[in-house]
Design a protein around this ligand. Structure first.
Ligand code: TYM
Length: 336
Protein backbone atom coordinates (compact mmCIF):
# COMPACT_ATOMS: atom_id res chain seq x y z
CA UNK A 1 0.00 0.00 0.00
CA UNK A 2 2.82 2.31 0.96
CA UNK A 3 4.08 2.20 -2.63
CA UNK A 4 1.05 4.11 -3.83
CA UNK A 5 1.61 7.13 -1.63
CA UNK A 6 5.28 7.49 -2.52
CA UNK A 7 5.91 10.38 -4.90
CA UNK A 8 7.89 9.77 -8.07
CA UNK A 9 11.15 11.47 -8.77
CA UNK A 10 13.14 11.63 -12.01
CA UNK A 11 16.63 12.73 -12.90
CA UNK A 12 19.22 12.02 -15.57
CA UNK A 13 22.85 12.71 -16.40
CA UNK A 14 24.38 12.91 -19.87
CA UNK A 15 27.10 10.41 -20.77
CA UNK A 16 29.08 13.09 -22.55
CA UNK A 17 32.69 13.04 -21.46
CA UNK A 18 33.82 12.62 -17.91
CA UNK A 19 31.47 13.17 -15.04
CA UNK A 20 32.79 15.91 -12.74
CA UNK A 21 32.62 16.32 -8.99
CA UNK A 22 30.16 19.15 -9.82
CA UNK A 23 27.73 16.63 -11.34
CA UNK A 24 28.32 14.40 -8.35
CA UNK A 25 27.80 17.02 -5.63
CA UNK A 26 24.93 18.81 -7.37
CA UNK A 27 23.06 15.70 -8.47
CA UNK A 28 24.37 12.11 -8.38
CA UNK A 29 25.34 11.86 -4.70
CA UNK A 30 21.79 12.85 -3.75
CA UNK A 31 20.18 10.16 -5.88
CA UNK A 32 20.79 7.24 -3.54
CA UNK A 33 19.72 9.28 -0.51
CA UNK A 34 16.26 9.68 -2.00
CA UNK A 35 15.64 6.08 -3.00
CA UNK A 36 13.82 4.98 0.15
CA UNK A 37 11.51 7.95 0.34
CA UNK A 38 10.51 8.20 -3.32
CA UNK A 39 9.88 6.06 -6.38
CA UNK A 40 13.11 7.05 -8.06
CA UNK A 41 13.69 6.84 -11.78
CA UNK A 42 17.18 7.66 -13.03
CA UNK A 43 18.45 7.67 -16.60
CA UNK A 44 21.61 7.90 -18.62
CA UNK A 45 20.59 10.66 -21.04
CA UNK A 46 22.28 9.47 -24.24
CA UNK A 47 19.65 11.06 -26.50
CA UNK A 48 20.57 14.42 -24.99
CA UNK A 49 24.27 13.73 -25.38
CA UNK A 50 24.14 13.57 -29.20
CA UNK A 51 22.97 17.19 -29.42
CA UNK A 52 26.69 17.97 -29.47
CA UNK A 53 29.09 15.87 -31.57
CA UNK A 54 29.97 12.51 -29.99
CA UNK A 55 32.21 9.76 -31.20
CA UNK A 56 30.05 6.60 -31.33
CA UNK A 57 32.51 4.29 -29.55
CA UNK A 58 33.15 6.87 -26.84
CA UNK A 59 29.43 7.41 -26.30
CA UNK A 60 28.88 3.67 -25.84
CA UNK A 61 31.79 3.50 -23.38
CA UNK A 62 30.61 6.57 -21.46
CA UNK A 63 27.09 5.13 -21.22
CA UNK A 64 28.37 1.97 -19.56
CA UNK A 65 30.70 3.99 -17.31
CA UNK A 66 27.91 6.27 -16.16
CA UNK A 67 25.69 3.29 -15.41
CA UNK A 68 28.52 1.83 -13.30
CA UNK A 69 29.06 5.19 -11.58
CA UNK A 70 25.37 5.43 -10.67
CA UNK A 71 25.56 1.99 -9.08
CA UNK A 72 28.91 2.70 -7.39
CA UNK A 73 27.40 5.87 -5.91
CA UNK A 74 24.82 3.80 -4.08
CA UNK A 75 21.84 3.62 -6.43
CA UNK A 76 20.15 0.29 -5.80
CA UNK A 77 18.55 -1.10 -8.99
CA UNK A 78 16.11 -3.06 -6.87
CA UNK A 79 14.79 0.13 -5.30
CA UNK A 80 15.02 2.46 -8.31
CA UNK A 81 14.38 2.27 -12.01
CA UNK A 82 17.77 2.77 -13.63
CA UNK A 83 17.92 2.80 -17.41
CA UNK A 84 19.39 4.17 -20.63
CA UNK A 85 17.16 6.80 -22.24
CA UNK A 86 17.52 5.62 -25.87
CA UNK A 87 16.28 2.15 -24.86
CA UNK A 88 12.83 3.55 -24.07
CA UNK A 89 11.27 4.95 -27.26
CA UNK A 90 8.50 6.81 -25.41
CA UNK A 91 10.95 9.67 -24.70
CA UNK A 92 11.17 10.55 -28.40
CA UNK A 93 7.49 9.87 -28.96
CA UNK A 94 6.34 12.26 -26.24
CA UNK A 95 8.87 14.85 -27.42
CA UNK A 96 7.12 14.97 -30.77
CA UNK A 97 3.75 15.68 -29.17
CA UNK A 98 5.18 18.29 -26.78
CA UNK A 99 6.94 19.98 -29.70
CA UNK A 100 3.52 20.86 -31.03
CA UNK A 101 2.76 22.98 -27.96
CA UNK A 102 6.23 24.55 -27.65
CA UNK A 103 7.14 27.88 -29.23
CA UNK A 104 10.53 28.41 -30.90
CA UNK A 105 11.02 31.62 -28.91
CA UNK A 106 10.81 29.66 -25.65
CA UNK A 107 13.65 27.44 -26.77
CA UNK A 108 15.89 30.01 -28.41
CA UNK A 109 16.06 32.07 -25.24
CA UNK A 110 17.29 29.20 -23.06
CA UNK A 111 20.67 30.10 -21.57
CA UNK A 112 22.09 26.62 -22.18
CA UNK A 113 21.03 26.73 -25.84
CA UNK A 114 22.68 30.11 -26.28
CA UNK A 115 25.90 28.96 -24.55
CA UNK A 116 26.09 25.68 -26.44
CA UNK A 117 25.32 27.25 -29.81
CA UNK A 118 28.10 29.76 -29.24
CA UNK A 119 30.47 26.93 -28.30
CA UNK A 120 29.43 24.63 -31.17
CA UNK A 121 28.77 27.31 -33.79
CA UNK A 122 29.46 24.79 -36.56
CA UNK A 123 26.73 22.47 -35.24
CA UNK A 124 23.72 24.47 -34.11
CA UNK A 125 21.27 21.67 -34.80
CA UNK A 126 17.55 21.33 -34.07
CA UNK A 127 18.30 18.73 -31.38
CA UNK A 128 20.29 21.28 -29.43
CA UNK A 129 17.34 23.64 -29.55
CA UNK A 130 14.83 20.90 -28.73
CA UNK A 131 16.91 19.59 -25.82
CA UNK A 132 14.60 21.06 -23.13
CA UNK A 133 11.50 19.49 -24.71
CA UNK A 134 13.15 16.07 -24.59
CA UNK A 135 14.04 16.80 -20.97
CA UNK A 136 10.41 17.73 -20.25
CA UNK A 137 9.34 14.43 -21.82
CA UNK A 138 11.76 12.52 -19.59
CA UNK A 139 10.22 14.03 -16.50
CA UNK A 140 6.55 14.09 -17.50
CA UNK A 141 6.45 10.48 -18.75
CA UNK A 142 7.07 9.28 -15.20
CA UNK A 143 4.63 11.73 -13.57
CA UNK A 144 7.57 12.89 -11.47
CA UNK A 145 6.72 15.28 -8.67
CA UNK A 146 10.35 16.09 -7.97
CA UNK A 147 13.48 16.52 -10.06
CA UNK A 148 16.83 16.57 -8.23
CA UNK A 149 19.23 18.66 -10.33
CA UNK A 150 21.91 21.34 -10.05
CA UNK A 151 21.02 25.04 -10.24
CA UNK A 152 21.92 25.24 -13.96
CA UNK A 153 18.80 23.21 -14.83
CA UNK A 154 16.30 25.65 -13.26
CA UNK A 155 15.31 27.22 -16.57
CA UNK A 156 14.70 23.81 -18.16
CA UNK A 157 12.52 22.84 -15.23
CA UNK A 158 10.48 26.00 -15.60
CA UNK A 159 9.82 25.09 -19.22
CA UNK A 160 8.84 21.56 -18.16
CA UNK A 161 6.32 23.01 -15.73
CA UNK A 162 4.98 25.40 -18.38
CA UNK A 163 4.53 22.58 -20.90
CA UNK A 164 2.81 20.33 -18.35
CA UNK A 165 0.39 23.11 -17.41
CA UNK A 166 -0.19 24.07 -21.04
CA UNK A 167 -0.93 20.48 -22.06
CA UNK A 168 -3.20 19.93 -19.04
CA UNK A 169 -5.12 23.11 -19.83
CA UNK A 170 -5.53 22.22 -23.46
CA UNK A 171 -6.30 18.50 -23.19
CA UNK A 172 -7.38 17.93 -19.58
CA UNK A 173 -5.40 16.72 -16.57
CA UNK A 174 -2.62 14.44 -17.86
CA UNK A 175 0.71 15.37 -16.29
CA UNK A 176 1.94 15.93 -12.76
CA UNK A 177 3.51 19.41 -12.65
CA UNK A 178 6.99 18.78 -11.22
CA UNK A 179 9.05 20.80 -8.76
CA UNK A 180 12.81 21.11 -8.81
CA UNK A 181 14.70 19.56 -5.93
CA UNK A 182 17.70 21.82 -5.90
CA UNK A 183 20.14 21.83 -2.97
CA UNK A 184 19.74 24.85 -0.74
CA UNK A 185 23.48 25.20 -0.07
CA UNK A 186 25.99 26.18 -2.71
CA UNK A 187 26.55 22.52 -3.70
CA UNK A 188 23.93 23.14 -6.39
CA UNK A 189 26.56 25.07 -8.30
CA UNK A 190 30.16 23.97 -7.99
CA UNK A 191 32.43 26.46 -9.70
CA UNK A 192 35.40 25.99 -12.02
CA UNK A 193 38.75 25.61 -10.26
CA UNK A 194 40.40 27.78 -12.92
CA UNK A 195 37.78 30.55 -12.93
CA UNK A 196 35.46 30.57 -9.91
CA UNK A 197 33.04 32.94 -11.64
CA UNK A 198 32.11 30.08 -14.01
CA UNK A 199 30.29 26.80 -13.35
CA UNK A 200 32.48 23.67 -13.24
CA UNK A 201 31.71 21.95 -16.53
CA UNK A 202 32.85 18.67 -18.07
CA UNK A 203 33.04 20.40 -21.44
CA UNK A 204 35.52 23.05 -20.27
CA UNK A 205 38.51 23.26 -22.61
CA UNK A 206 40.83 23.63 -19.64
CA UNK A 207 41.19 20.25 -17.91
CA UNK A 208 42.43 21.98 -14.74
CA UNK A 209 39.05 23.66 -14.38
CA UNK A 210 37.31 20.47 -13.30
CA UNK A 211 37.97 17.31 -11.33
CA UNK A 212 36.43 14.17 -12.76
CA UNK A 213 35.07 11.24 -10.83
CA UNK A 214 37.81 9.08 -12.33
CA UNK A 215 40.82 11.32 -11.68
CA UNK A 216 43.53 9.59 -9.66
CA UNK A 217 44.87 10.95 -6.39
CA UNK A 218 47.87 12.76 -7.90
CA UNK A 219 45.71 14.44 -10.54
CA UNK A 220 43.10 15.49 -7.99
CA UNK A 221 45.73 16.99 -5.69
CA UNK A 222 47.54 18.72 -8.58
CA UNK A 223 44.29 20.31 -9.78
CA UNK A 224 43.39 21.56 -6.30
CA UNK A 225 46.91 22.91 -5.77
CA UNK A 226 46.45 25.01 -8.91
CA UNK A 227 42.94 26.17 -8.02
CA UNK A 228 42.47 29.91 -8.35
CA UNK A 229 41.74 31.60 -5.03
CA UNK A 230 42.51 35.26 -4.18
CA UNK A 231 45.33 37.44 -2.93
CA UNK A 232 43.97 37.52 0.59
CA UNK A 233 44.92 34.78 3.08
CA UNK A 234 41.75 34.17 5.03
CA UNK A 235 39.86 30.89 4.70
CA UNK A 236 36.31 32.13 5.02
CA UNK A 237 33.03 31.33 3.28
CA UNK A 238 31.95 34.44 1.34
CA UNK A 239 30.87 33.46 -2.20
CA UNK A 240 30.63 37.02 -3.56
CA UNK A 241 33.84 38.32 -2.09
CA UNK A 242 35.92 35.13 -2.09
CA UNK A 243 34.43 32.82 -4.77
CA UNK A 244 37.47 30.55 -5.14
CA UNK A 245 37.96 29.87 -1.43
CA UNK A 246 34.20 29.51 -0.88
CA UNK A 247 34.00 26.97 -3.70
CA UNK A 248 36.81 24.92 -2.14
CA UNK A 249 35.05 25.08 1.24
CA UNK A 250 31.83 23.86 -0.37
CA UNK A 251 33.65 20.95 -2.01
CA UNK A 252 35.41 20.07 1.25
CA UNK A 253 32.09 20.24 3.10
CA UNK A 254 30.40 18.02 0.48
CA UNK A 255 33.04 15.31 0.61
CA UNK A 256 33.71 15.28 4.37
CA UNK A 257 30.19 15.96 5.66
CA UNK A 258 31.61 18.61 8.02
CA UNK A 259 29.60 21.84 8.28
CA UNK A 260 30.98 24.94 6.53
CA UNK A 261 31.46 26.61 9.94
CA UNK A 262 33.50 23.63 11.16
CA UNK A 263 35.55 23.68 7.96
CA UNK A 264 36.33 27.38 8.51
CA UNK A 265 37.40 26.64 12.09
CA UNK A 266 39.58 23.74 11.00
CA UNK A 267 41.55 26.00 8.64
CA UNK A 268 41.63 29.14 10.78
CA UNK A 269 45.14 30.57 10.70
CA UNK A 270 46.32 28.08 8.04
CA UNK A 271 47.71 29.07 4.65
CA UNK A 272 46.05 28.51 1.27
CA UNK A 273 48.67 25.89 0.38
CA UNK A 274 47.73 23.63 3.32
CA UNK A 275 44.05 24.27 2.71
CA UNK A 276 44.18 23.28 -0.96
CA UNK A 277 46.20 20.17 -0.10
CA UNK A 278 43.63 19.13 2.51
CA UNK A 279 40.73 19.64 0.07
CA UNK A 280 42.56 17.62 -2.60
CA UNK A 281 43.23 14.76 -0.17
CA UNK A 282 39.68 14.71 1.14
CA UNK A 283 38.29 14.56 -2.39
CA UNK A 284 40.74 11.88 -3.54
CA UNK A 285 40.01 9.77 -0.43
CA UNK A 286 36.26 10.05 -1.02
CA UNK A 287 36.61 9.16 -4.70
CA UNK A 288 38.80 6.09 -4.15
CA UNK A 289 36.08 3.66 -2.94
CA UNK A 290 33.65 4.86 -5.63
CA UNK A 291 36.31 4.35 -8.31
CA UNK A 292 37.11 0.87 -7.00
CA UNK A 293 33.47 -0.16 -7.00
CA UNK A 294 32.97 1.30 -10.47
CA UNK A 295 35.93 -0.68 -11.79
CA UNK A 296 34.56 -3.85 -10.22
CA UNK A 297 31.18 -3.29 -11.88
CA UNK A 298 32.70 -2.48 -15.26
CA UNK A 299 34.46 -5.81 -15.19
CA UNK A 300 31.05 -7.49 -14.98
CA UNK A 301 29.41 -6.35 -18.18
CA UNK A 302 26.77 -9.09 -18.02
CA UNK A 303 25.56 -7.70 -14.72
CA UNK A 304 25.46 -4.12 -16.06
CA UNK A 305 23.60 -5.26 -19.17
CA UNK A 306 21.10 -7.07 -16.96
CA UNK A 307 20.50 -3.98 -14.83
CA UNK A 308 19.98 -1.90 -17.97
CA UNK A 309 17.56 -4.41 -19.46
CA UNK A 310 15.51 -4.69 -16.29
CA UNK A 311 15.52 -0.89 -15.95
CA UNK A 312 14.43 -0.29 -19.53
CA UNK A 313 11.57 -2.76 -19.14
CA UNK A 314 10.31 -1.09 -15.96
CA UNK A 315 10.71 2.38 -17.44
CA UNK A 316 8.89 1.28 -20.60
CA UNK A 317 5.89 0.06 -18.59
CA UNK A 318 5.50 3.35 -16.69
CA UNK A 319 6.21 5.55 -19.70
CA UNK A 320 3.83 3.63 -21.96
CA UNK A 321 0.94 4.35 -19.58
CA UNK A 322 1.48 8.11 -19.78
CA UNK A 323 2.10 8.02 -23.51
CA UNK A 324 -1.13 6.08 -24.17
CA UNK A 325 -3.02 8.68 -22.17
CA UNK A 326 -1.39 11.47 -24.18
CA UNK A 327 -2.14 9.75 -27.50
CA UNK A 328 -5.77 9.32 -26.47
CA UNK A 329 -6.08 12.95 -25.39
CA UNK A 330 -4.65 14.35 -28.62
CA UNK A 331 -6.92 12.10 -30.67
CA UNK A 332 -4.70 9.39 -32.11
CA UNK A 333 -6.79 6.42 -33.21
CA UNK A 334 -5.72 3.30 -31.36
CA UNK A 335 -8.03 0.72 -32.93
CA UNK A 336 -9.18 -0.45 -29.46
P1 TYM B 1 24.31 17.07 -17.13
O1 TYM B 1 24.82 15.75 -17.50
O2 TYM B 1 24.86 18.27 -17.83
O3 TYM B 1 24.46 17.32 -15.59
C1 TYM B 1 24.06 16.33 -14.67
C2 TYM B 1 23.63 16.97 -13.36
O4 TYM B 1 24.73 17.67 -12.78
C3 TYM B 1 24.32 18.98 -12.42
N1 TYM B 1 25.52 19.85 -12.54
C4 TYM B 1 26.05 20.53 -11.51
N2 TYM B 1 25.69 20.63 -10.22
C5 TYM B 1 26.47 21.42 -9.43
N3 TYM B 1 27.56 22.10 -9.88
C6 TYM B 1 27.94 22.02 -11.17
N4 TYM B 1 29.01 22.67 -11.61
C7 TYM B 1 27.16 21.20 -12.05
N5 TYM B 1 27.27 20.91 -13.38
C8 TYM B 1 26.24 20.08 -13.65
C9 TYM B 1 23.24 19.32 -13.42
O5 TYM B 1 22.41 20.35 -12.93
C10 TYM B 1 22.52 18.01 -13.54
O6 TYM B 1 21.57 17.86 -12.49
N6 TYM B 1 19.86 18.22 -18.86
C11 TYM B 1 20.44 17.44 -17.82
C12 TYM B 1 20.28 15.95 -18.04
C13 TYM B 1 18.85 15.55 -18.11
C14 TYM B 1 17.91 15.66 -17.07
C15 TYM B 1 16.68 15.16 -17.63
C16 TYM B 1 17.96 16.11 -15.76
C17 TYM B 1 18.24 15.03 -19.19
N7 TYM B 1 16.92 14.78 -18.89
C18 TYM B 1 15.53 15.14 -16.87
C19 TYM B 1 16.79 16.06 -15.02
C20 TYM B 1 15.60 15.58 -15.56
C21 TYM B 1 21.91 17.86 -17.72
O7 TYM B 1 22.26 18.94 -17.99
O8 TYM B 1 22.75 16.95 -17.32
Amino acid sequence: MEEQVKKSLFSAVQPSGSVTIGNYIGAIRNFSKLQDEYNCIYAVADLHAITVPQEAAALRKNTLELMALFLASGIDPNKCVLFVQSQVPAHCELTWVLNTITYPGELSRMTQFKDKSAKHAENVNMGLMDYPVLMASDILLYQAALVPVGADQKQHLELTRDLAIRFNNRYGQTFTVPDGYILKDSGAKIMSLADPSKKMSKSDDNANAFVTMSDDKDTVIRKFKRAITDSDSEIRYAPEEKPGVSNLLTIYHAFTGKSIADCEKEFAGKGYGDFKMAVGEAVADALAPIQAEKARLLADKAYLNGVMKQGAESAFRIARKTLSKVYRKVGFYSGD
